[in-house]
Design a protein around this ligand. Structure first.
Ligand code: NAP
Ligand code: MG
Length: 456
């Protein structure tokens, strides 16, 4: 069967950039079989040598940081500042997990009659399925710890954003990773992605994307009791109490939702503001949104670029249809056929409105007033999602109570941090299953084996 191709478009202009060949089921099977064949030797590489190879991979990524960043601007319309951070994140994640092979500790457990110990054994071939919103970091959060734990990896980038992943696959070989250890397979979700789920040699799926597709993959994995990590959607709350530094809360709120044009599973797309500070906050928010630099993402000063594709733009505009915006930012005069939508702020007190309930995945934020702490926690938790959130207050006790009260995997106080590779990342409720990153991530790519040795 011959492969089809996909035309990558520039989100900035809507014009074609390049053609990418899409893998067929047969090509996917062949790549999975090569990854399986490469597994025993990779598993048996001495820990210090695997560590050295991961550090070499990190160094090669670092040497190509600017090239990777420019490629992401071209393919995904990310601001160059973000794209440099994203390429740097791949390097940092590889360096962080390069310490893991020499530290895959088991336990020695006291038992009668002998000695009992546990070992962490790699699973085999890991299938990483990546969405289009953060093509480089999300790839790295999967392949970094998976490789460190001694697995081989097949990775499917999103159809829309394959270019940096393809380059990372080449850089891995350049760094000295053996053939078949890390293979990037561009293709359709319904072809390559589904084959990862159904192919018995793929032992675990590491998926990031929409909640709908995540549920389908979870159901598919059940057939082989295949291991699975899901990082899905979000509708995270940014809760601003009246006792907070309102100027700081208002100045940072636009970046917490409009970064990456709102195409961020951690976007704080619901802002809850205590009623007594509501007017002051909104006044300051309007100033901050108006000042956002929504310009050519290749410009160093750019703070927000276009959406990923025409369909995503249409989806986002659909949410705004018939909805009155309180205020919005700008798009470039030269937007032309690019996929631009201005940062938009909507006020609502209706918790049933789609803008309040659904993941828009675009530069749209809903603002709602609340009365007291209990009201804030109730509104924040009134969602099927639970990925992240922010709490702005000067009251330490309140910060602790609300951080414990909000049902979400990643909360930050007086800041908007979500994803740091040092700390675990993942969702409550329908935002996901399992955790990525942090010190324990390699364990998620292993089985724990228990061995008892009788002494008599
Ligand atoms: P998606 O369909 O869930 O795609 C994510 C990844 O899964 C892509 O690589 C996709 O491949 C692949 N895929 C699709 N169908 C599959 C299947 N049946 N089996 C295996 N893999 C499959 O997400 P999307 O359509 O790109 O975006 C839709 C919405 O999802 C967004 O508007 C947003 O709400 C949400 N989203 C969330 C995140 C997040 O970080 N949590 C990221 C992206 C999107 P293709 O590229 O070929 O479709
Ligand atoms: Mg899709």
């Amino acid at each position: 069967m011959t492969s089809s191709t996909f035309t990558v478009l520039s989100p900035v202009t809507g014009q074609p950039v390049t053609e990418v060949a899409l893998a067929s089921v047969e090509e996917t099977d062949a790549a999975i079989e090569r990854a399986d064949a490469a597994f025993p030797a990779w598993r048996d590489v001495a820990p210090g040598e695997r560590a050295r190879l991961l550090r070499a991979f990190a160094a090669v990524v670092d040497a190509h940081l600017e090239e990777l960043a420019q490629l992401e601007v071209l393919n995904s319309g990310h601001t160059i500042g973000n794209a440099r951070w994203e390429a740097g994140n791949v390097r940092d994640v590889l360096n962080y997990y390069s310490a893991a092979p020499e530290r895959m500790f088991g336990r020695q457990i006291p038992v009668p009659g002998g000695l009992d110990f546990t070992v962490r054994e790699p699973l085999g071939v890991i299938g990483v399925i990546v969405p289009w919103n953060f093509p480089m970091p999300i790839a790295g959060w999967g392949f970094g710890p998976a490789l460190a734990a001694g697995n081989t990896v097949v990775l499917k980038p999103a159809e829309l954003t394959p270019l940096t992943a393809i380059r990372l696959g080449e850089l891995a070989l350049e760094a000295g990773l053996p053939e078949g250890v890390f293979t990037v397979i561009p293709g359709k979700g319904s072809v390559v992605g589904e084959r990862f789920v159904t192919h018995p040699l793929v032992r675990k799926i590491c998926f990031t994307g929409s909640t709908g597709v995540g549920k389908q993959i979870m159901a598919g994995c059940a057939d082989q009791v295949k291991r699975l990590t899901l990082e899905l959607g979000g509708k995270s709350a940014n809760i601003v109490f009246a006792d907070a530094d309102i100027a700081k809360a208002a100045a940072t709120a636009p970046y917490a939702v409009f970064d990456n044009a709102g195409q961020d599973c951690c976007a704080r797309s619901r802002i809850l503001v205590q009623r007594s500070a509501y007017d002051e906050f909104l006044g300051r928010l309007e100033t901050a949104v108006g000042a956002m630099k929504v310009i050519d993402p290749a410009d160093d000063a750019s703070e927000m670029g276009p959406l990923i594709c025409a369909k995503q733009k249409e989806t986002v505009l659909g949410y705004l249809d018939g909805v009155e915006a309180a205020f919005s930012g700008s798009v470039p005069d030269s937007a032309g056929d690019g996929f631009w939508v201005p940062p938009t702020v909507v006020l609502t007190e209706d918790t049933s409105t789609p803008i309040w309930r659904e993941e828009v995945f675009g530069p749209v934020v809903a603002v709602m007033p609340f009365d007291d702490e209990a009201d804030a926690i109730r509104l924040a938790n009134d969602t099927e999602f639970g990925l992240s959130g922010s709490i702005f207050t000067r009251d330490v006790g309140r910060a602790l109570r609300v951080a414990r009260g909000v049902q979400a995997g990643n909360l930050s106080v007086n800041s908007h941090s979500s994803v740091r590779y040092w700390t675990p990342f993942g969702g409550f409720k329908q935002s996901g299953l399992g955790r990525e990153l942090g010190p324990d991530a390699p364990n998620a790519f292993t089985e724990e084996k228990n061995v008892f040795i009788a002494q008599d």
